[in-house]
Design a protein around this ligand. Structure first.
Ligand code: PMT
Length: 221
């Protein structure tokens, strides 16, 4: 019989981009397709976890056996994650969450005006940082999309956000990062730095999940 190491646990996965509205027809977003997060959710579910997939707007079909929660903005994603956090065993933050949102959301479509225009932005809540503060027994796994000094930034995020693992993604590498079907990453933990070569996001997600489960098992011995 197939082993189900996550049976009886609840795993929360966030995926995709967020949208931060400017007016009824415009928003700020990024190039996340949701593929990596959906693959992580699929892997968690197939390893037996009750899986909650909290997703920004993407055009993917959700994997079987996951509960999909669709959200739009960083604030909605934060609220949805907090709703499930206390009862979760593991939270995997694959989503590319906006760091800033427009300070003012116009209720009517903004009209063109002569000359330049400026958009004033304010910070969104850092969901991972917030979870790191509230963490009890949950395993907290973040992703980090970087263009330079990837491992250095991953290590500093691990510490600053009180995460257990950061999956560092060099998004400048060919066939890796936003939108692609493949990815190459480095898993960074307190005592570990392991590279995973370029492969399909689905295979990679399964390897990451299995590696993390094994590392935690070794750790609790
Ligand atoms: O969706 P795909 O097209 O498959 O692409 C996958 C991916 C490149 C988006 C993914 O692999 C990835 O790297 N996701 C994290 C992207 C990111 O926003 O990284 P970051 O360094 O800005 O954030 C670090 C961590 O903090 C992330 O876990 C992020 O979810 C979290 N964060 C960030 C900002 C914020 N306001 N709240 C957060 O929780």
């Amino acid at each position: 019989p197939k082993e189900l190491p996550l049976k009886g646990t609840k795993v929360v996965v966030t995926a995709g981009p967020t949208r931060e509205r400017i007016d009824p027809v415009r928003f700020l977003t990024n190039f996340s397709s949701g593929k990596m997060g959906y693959a992580m959710a699929e892997a968690a579910a197939s390893l037996g976890a009750e899986t909650i997939l909290i997703s920004g707007p993407v055009s993917l079909v959700p994997p079987a056996n996951v509960t999909l929660v669709s959200v739009e903005s960083a604030k909605e994603m934060l609220d949805a994650v907090l709703l499930h956090f206390e009862t979760a065993s593991m939270v995997i933050k694959t989503a590319a969450v906006a760091d800033y949102k427009p300070k003012e959301v116009h209720s009517q479509k903004m009209k063109k005006q002569a000359g330049d225009s400026a958009l004033v932005l304010e910070r969104t809540t850092d969901i991972l940082l917030e979870l790191g503060k509230r963490k009890k027994n949950q395993l907290l796994i973040g992703f980090a999309a970087e263009t330079n000094d990837v491992i250095h930034y991953a290590k500093s995020k691990l510490e600053k956000k009180n995460a257990d693992y950061i999956i560092a993604n060099d998004v400048t590498e060919e066939g890796s990062g936003f939108g692609t079907d493949t990815n190459a990453v480095t898993l960074v933990g307190k005592n570990i730095e392991r590279q995973f070569p370029n492969q399909s996001k689905k295979e990679l997600a399964m390897q990451l999940m299995e590696t993390i489960i094994q590392l935690e098992k070794d750790d609790s011995k």
